[in-house]
Design a protein around this ligand. Structure first.
Ligand code: 9MJ
Length: 695
């Protein structure tokens, strides 16, 4: 290759690096991707190709430098030039009022603060020299930390070179390394599947991942970083308040949390605390409070430090998401498909903003993994809307009186054998619908909101109808009349109060709901049948593919496999369902048919409304909507169906990624969250207008 060609390829190489780094900043810092992932990957491969071709193409800021390097024997220690500070904690508004009063005494009334979520990860200091990533260290004891340069370099979103034409000569930026909740969940699911050890919580996951001597391991962990403080800087005019310093860091290409605000006085601080507490469950990372900082750097200087902590800042902590309690017992619940789930009964404990007395233990392997015994002191974790989990056992608290947990061999409800298929983690009761628990759960599923939507049919009523032998299957629901419903005795679960009759008024309502369900969208009916692994989405796919229920019923395994999103497991469950004689009898009794006059006469509507819309172009592809409140013109499921058909995603919770919240009457907390996050809110009229565009 001639020198000229070499130079040309180097130029191309530089352009690729600059482009890829620019795309990474757009993605990680500004949350606004410039190109699809596939385009980024394509350019990355071109870059790898050029680097493999030219041994001298090894620029420090190439994104390929982010995959890890040599394995270390130990971490070097690092003395921080400016110590990493810790912060005083407060726990209630009285202490907050005291803090604001102390600040006002020096700073005058209505103090301006920079208010930030308190990230629950690992604090690090990163030093950039002339804009180049030079060294990263953990906080350690604040004065001396560990050199984790190679590891921090691998974290996506941390630039190897800062952006802009004029860069600081020296910058010591502080921030938090975290493992986002989605990455943590995925990581643990994989670890469990492959017999590995899951992390107890995202903070431990971040710490464990950062303390790897082999940075190639760190590179594989889903870590993120948010910058929140400048320890020291030289050769750069940073603004004179914390908030604008953070904006400047963002301009330099460093990720800064999006929920940071400028607020004034006690009222501003208190409402920030409440707002962040409200959106805490929807965030994709753990936070354990808010950090409140006097905004002006000059005032921070005046206020100074006590012996240990800054006077100008405070951490206002949230109620903890992890608490210790005792495991009193383990019950084994039988689900609709016979799956046996161990459930921990706990001494009630206040955690993550609610009192928790039960936690799922998932399966037998989880009990073994935790090495759990009855009587153990355990750590209960309740983060966001996730169901409470036991994340660990406090072994030091054992006193020898703890008892082993035995997974049952026979179903606790019906006594049938429990079977565990080789290679599967779930154990199942083999009793089928002979098992009272499976019957009850399958009926509860059949009547539920996303299925036949028999409003008013709660668990208590279903249990009463079964125990009083008024129904033996889902088909029997359609044999009930107002009198038989009205005469059902409902046990209110209180031993001191006598069971009461359901009564005529409620019975009439239930009867009307049953009648109404005799005309039902086909996908709802498919979902209601409770075929294993067939959830709302698969039911929809099947309904839109087959158009007629008859075709679905007769579909072969091979035919089912042709449908996108239907894999071999689902296909087998569907075929097995329609081979079962009992299921065919039930279907005959449910669906309208000319041969069997005593059927309930259920008529299926093949996916309504949607056919009127031009969905072929998927015009809402890439958009995510959240529904809240009651819509006048259609039920929530129909709205969801329309949005999905137009290519949009529909999510159950509001986040930064939400395009808009569609809001009906009596909206829930999702509306408040949307307003806090600045997400667009669409009222029903506007939603209908939007749909008209696609007719
Ligand atoms: C956390 N943990 O989120 C600080 N922090 O500022 C925020 N920590 C901090 N700021 C100066 N948001 C020292 C520590």
């Amino acid at each position: 290759m001639t020198a000229l060609e070499h130079e040309k390829e180097y130029k191309e190489y530089r352009q690729l690096i600059d482009k890829l780094n620019d795309y990474a900043v757009a993605y990680y810092v500004h949350d606004a991707p410039k190109v699809p992932d596939a385009e980024y990957d394509r350019l990355y491969r071109d870059l790898e190709f050029l680097e493999s071709k030219h041994a001298d193409f090894r620029d420090d800021d190439s994104p390929t430098r982010k995959i890890g390097g040599a394995v270390l024997d130990s971490f070097k220690t690092v003395t921080h030039q400016v110590p990493l500070m810790s912060m005083a904690d407060i726990f209630d508004n009285k202490e907050l009022l005291d803090f604001d009063r102390r600040m006002s005494e020096i700073a005058g009334p209505n103090v301006e603060y920079c208010a930030e979520p308190k990230l629950d990860g690992l604090a690090v200091s990163i030093i950039y020299i002339d804009g180049k990533f030079s060294r990263a260290a953990t906080r350690g004891d604040g004065k001396v930390g560990e050199d984790v340069t190679d590891n921090v370099k691998t974290i996506k979103g941390i630039p190897l070179i800062l952006q802009g034409n004029h860069l600081p000569q020296y910058l010591d930026v502080r921030g938090e390394v975290i493992m986002p909740r989605d990455g943590f969940r995925r990581w643990n699911e994989n670890a469990l599947k492959n017999g590995g050890k899951p992390f107890a919580n995202p903070r431990n996951a971040a710490a464990g991942s950062l303390r790897q001597l082999d940075s190639k391991i760190t590179a594989k962990r889903p870590l993120s970083f948010f910058a929140y403080y400048i320890g020291e800087s030289r050769g750069y005019d940073f603004p004179e308040d914390q908030y604008h310093c953070l904006l400047e860091l963002k301009k330099l290409g460093l990720p800064v949390n999006a929920n940071i605000r400028c607020v004034n006085g006690f009222a501003g601080l208190a409402s920030f605390y409440n707002d962040i507490l409200a959106i805490r469950p929807n965030l994709n990372y753990d936070i354990d409070g808010v950090v409140l900082k006097v905004n002006s750097l000059a005032l921070q200087n005046t206020l100074g430090f006590t012996a240990k902590v800054p006077r100008w800042a405070i951490a206002y902590k949230f109620p903890p998401e992890e608490m210790m309690t005792r495991l009193l017992d383990v019950d084994f619940q039988v689900g609709r498909t016979g799956a046996i789930t161990p459930v921990a009964r706990l001494e009630p404990v206040y955690v993550g903003g609610a009192t928790v007395s039960n936690a799922t233990l998932h399966n037998e392997d989880e009990i073994k993994r935790l090495d759990l015994k009855i009587g153990d002191t355990v750590i209960v974790r309740r983060a966001g809307d996730v169901i409470p989990q036991i994340s660990g056992v406090v072994l030091e608290k054992r006193d020898g009186t703890e008892k082993d947990i035995f997974f049952p061999a026979y179903c606790p409800e019906c006594g049938s054998l429990i079977e565990r298929v080789e290679g599967e983690s779930i154990a199942r009761c083999t009793g089928g619908l002979f098992c009272g628990a499976q019957l009850r759960e399958s009926i509860i599923h059949f009547v539920s909101r996303d299925a036949m939507d028999l409003e008013g049919f709660g668990e208590k009523i279903v249990e009463a109808l079964i125990s009083q032998q008024k129904i033996y299957s889902v088909a029997d629901i359609y044999t009930l009349d107002v009198d038989s419903l009205a005469s059902t005795l409902i046990d209110n679960g209180n031993a001191e109060r006598k069971p009461r009759l359901l009564g005529k008024t409620v019975a009439k309502k239930l009867f009307n709901a049953i009648e109404k369900s005799k005309t039902i969208a086909m996908d709802r009916f498919i979902y209601a049948l409770g075929i294993r692994e067939v959830g709302v989405t698969t039911a929809r796919t099947l309904a839109s593919h087959f158009k007629s229920f008859d075709f679905l019923q007769k579909a072969s395994y091979e035919e089912l496999l042709q449908i996108p999103d239907v894999g071999p497991v689902v296909a087998k469950h569907i075929v097995d369902f329609f081979l079962e004689k009992h299921n065919l009898e039930i279907l005959e009794r449910l669906l309208k048919n000319d041969e069997f006059l005593f059927s309930a006469g259920i008529e299926l509507i093949p996916l309504p409304q949607v056919s009127e819309l031009n969905v072929s172009l998927q015009p809402l592809l890439g958009n995510t909507y959240v529904l809240t409140g009651t819509l006048e013109s259609m039920d929530r499921n129909s709205a969801k169906k329309i949005l999905l058909d137009l290519g949009a995603k529909v999510s159950g919770s509001v986040s930064k990624k939400t395009t808009a919240v569609i809001c009906g009457s009596e909206p829930g907390s999702k509306l408040t969250t949307a307003q806090t996050l600045g997400i667009r809110v669409i009222l029903e009229d506007e939603f209908l207008e939007l749909l008209k565009k696609y007719k």
